[in-house]
Design a protein around this ligand. Structure first.
Ligand code: MLT
Ligand code: ZN
Length: 453
């Protein structure tokens, strides 16, 4: 690293927080899936917005690109270097302000984990609307940057819907601050929502004002065996029509179940195997178990079901779904594709997937699971070998043919940037490039992420 930049970064954040040695950088340089990796010039760990500003200014002055990282739980290679960037870790931005119970909002630093945010909201009798399996590591800043979704989108929407304001640092060190959390505010462009979901390409989120939701202490969930995707959609339609307290509707398939069972040493959930499995959950202030039981007894799509409402039972039941990511990762380095199609296309997409993958990677297998309510499937391709890019191309084209999107909740990142044109028109991509050029003219923030090089 050049002496001038290193000196400036040390004076910005303190020498102890500029990691230059390869062994100290290593934990930051490879993504969670182990598919994306690169050597950073150094890792910098600012502890305040002022320090982020100083880091950005130093990198801008030296013309050195920045890659921004939260909890390093991202799945599209957006938070790890390709080679030569300064990696800015926001993990030390952990400020937590008191919950504003009247507004039902809270302001927290970008490095606060989802789990800490949830615990903080719950001390005030409230909750946070987004939940996902990586809650112990995923951070608020990264979740905003990717517009993360998770298992409660059905009830509360994705991350964007929770963000009422942001503090963010632009590529020239300018700080945009909008943390008052006004419920209604039509004064011009919504810069907060522009930065949310921009994957660190327009600004670095340092703090966020977040909406909180009622804490619903009574939960009941069902793991339901159904014949396949079509039957799962029939069950979903019934649940949507009848369960006012529905908070999650997830799907997985036999191949994923087998991996999870082996990984977690879990028993088969049912005596007979099924074509697909759905997790339904209701959350309320009074026990919703009877509502779920009534639905299950009336819906013809249900082949078998198990219901839980106590903490241990809920954990056991959810583990069949939530352990998918880790179980798949233990089986190999997956090519992870996160797509969304209209529900009317879901059955056809799932049916056509195996042949599509086999046509370009005969030895590959696809583990499919995801968020049934949104038509958001996580397609995890294992054993694709040297055909990973061909699989990505074939599957994303299939998804586009079914009127779907190539990125539903993980972001485009580096993994899917070359395929952006499958989901966005040339005019849209040109407009995005103009916005990027206006806010980051030298292209130092997360180059190569989201917009194809
Ligand atoms: C999930 O829904 O579990 C996450 O999006 C993680 C994943 O897709 O592996
Ligand atoms: Zn997901």
């Amino acid at each position: 690293m050049s002496g001038g930049l290193e000196e400036a970064l040390r004076s910005a954040v303190g020498a102890a927080h500029v990691l230059v040695d390869a062994d100290l950088r290593a934990a930051y340089e490879t993504d969670w899936t182990r598919r994306f990796t690169g050597a950073a010039r150094c890792v910098v760990r600012p502890a305040s917005t002022a320090e982020v500003v100083a880091v950005v200014r130093a990198c801008a002055a030296a013309g050195v690109p920045i890659v921004v990282q939260g909890g390093n739980t991202g799945l599209v290679g957006a938070g790890v270097p390709t080679g030569g960037e300064v990696l800015v870790s926001l993990a030390r931005l952990t400020s937590v302000e008191p919950v504003d119970a009247v507004e039902a909002q809270v302001t927290v630093g970008a490095g606060v984990t989802l789990e800490k945010l949830q615990a903080h909201a719950r001390t005030a009798g409230l909750d946070f609307g987004v939940d996902l399996a990586a809650r112990s590591s995923a951070t608020v800043g990264g979740m905003i940057a990717t517009n993360a979704g998770g298992i409660r989108v059905l009830r509360h929407g994705s991350m964007r819907a929770q963000v009422t304001g942001l503090e963010a640092v632009l590529a020239d060190g300018t700080v945009l601050t909008r943390l008052d959390g006004l419920a209604k505010d039509n004064t011009g462009y919504d810069l907060t929502q522009l930065v949310a979901g921009s994957e660190g390409t327009l600004a670095i989120v340092t703090r966020a004002r977040l909406r909180l939701v009622p804490l619903l202490p009574e939960r009941a969930a069902a793991l339901v065996a159904v014949a396949g995707t079509e039957a799962a959609l029939e069950l979903l339609a019934a649940a949507r029509a009848r369960l006012a307290t529905l908070s999650a509707a997830e799907i997985f398939y036999p191949e994923g179940l087998e991996l999870v069972r082996a990984y977690r040493q879990l028993p088969a959930p049912f005596a007979e195997p099924a074509g697909a499995y759905v997790v339904l959950e209701c959350a309320a202030r009074t026990d919703p178990t009877d509502d779920i039981l009534e639905l299950l007894s009336d819906c013809a799509a249900v082949e078998d079901a198990t219901v839980a409402s106590d903490r241990a039972g809920l954990e056991r039941l959810w583990s069949y779904r939530e352990a998918h990511t880790e179980a798949i990762s233990t089986a190999g380095i997956p090519t992870k594709l996160d797509v969304c199609v209209p529900l009317g296309e879901l059955t056809a997409l799932v049916a056509e997937l195996p042949a599509t993958v086999a046509s370009v990677a005969p030895k590959a297998r696809v583990i499919t699971f995801g968020h049934l309510n949104e038509g958001n499937l996580h397609l995890n391709v294992l054993d694709a070998g040297e055909h990973a890019e061909d699989v990505t191309d074939a599957v994303l084209r299939l998804v586009a043919a079914h009127r779907g999107t190539i990125s539903s909740e993980h972001g485009v990142g580096r993994a899917k940037a070359p395929w952006l044109s499958l989901s966005r028109t040339p005019e849209e991509i040109a407009a995005m490039r103009r916005i990027k050029a206006a806010l980051d003219p030298d292209g130092i923030l997360n180059p190569g992420v989201l917009l194809p090089a």
